[in-house]
Design a protein around this ligand. Sequence first.
Ligand SMILES: Nc1ncnc2c1ncn2[C@@H]1O[C@H](COP(=O)(O)OP(=O)(O)O)[C@@H](O)[C@H]1O
Ligand SMILES: [Mg+2]
Length: 289
Amino acid sequence: MTNPAMNPVMNSVTSGKLAIDQLHIRLGRGERAFDAVRDISFTVEPGQLVCLLGPSGCGKSTLLGAIAGHLSSAAGSIRLDGDTVNGPHPDRGLVFQHHTLFPWKNVLDNVAFGLKMQGVKRAERNRRAQELLELVGLADFERSYPAQLSGGMQQRVEIARVLINRPKVLLMDEPFGALDAQTRLMMQQLLLQVWSSIRTSIIFITHDIDEALFLADRLFVMSAHPGRIIEELDIDFARPRSHQLVTSADFVALKARCLALLHPQRDMLSLERLSPLGMIHARQLRFAI
Ligand SMILES: Nc1ncnc2c1ncn2[C@@H]1O[C@H](COP(=O)(O)OP(=O)(O)O)[C@@H](O)[C@H]1O
Ligand SMILES: [Mg+2]
């Protein structure tokens, strides 16, 4: 994986520039129409890993859906390497919280499927699928079926399945949100390793502050509904990163900043304190996310 020219899965870091300008998305119809995201402008440089952090319902998936080309905007533009996005295309690969693998196909055939659709011959598509499976640490599982794999392994296959199309930008919508805490940390590390080999641009959505700060080159914090970008942070921690980073003073300071942005003081005050012995005033019970 050292020579980009020899590696068919490696993108040039000169492609994958995403430019979003004054994007405004409305959802629903007629009287029920509402602004889902508003005045969104940002640029992702080729090969950059950008995290979008925001509370549930603020429009993160809507924004990603628009970048994927599944939703149209009411105003503004999305451009990838200068071309206006106006529909889905394999150069923008999507990974969701739950995999979209075919249960009846084995791991190798699932990963190779995108190439099959392009008419690539079996030997070549298997070779490229095996290369990606090695990259995500699943070389020994190519004959397994999705149901035989753990959740983390399924997501690794999913990532390989999307990367085989050589996307210019990888769009990830809370991809590790359904995994247990340990697996989630492992997957974050794996994603950074994969990304260091295939320097595709990544937009990674999460509502987990630690995850966002651990992964990102740049971090955009969104406001509650309708979503707007309320803060842009450059995350300069050295790479490769290890999870010890999360205990460093700089990390904790950034985390405090993000917490303050996501939970403004007035919201904190409106929440009841929960007693460790149980709720004494059950009528006043409210739920904190
Ligand atoms: N297809 C849809 N039609 C109407 N409202 C929707 C639709 N999809 C999402 N919404 C609403 O749009 C808002 C943003 O949703 P979403 O983008 O899923 O937020 P997030 O991913 O940040 O949790 C939410 O209020 C949600 O209920
Ligand atoms: Mg979402």
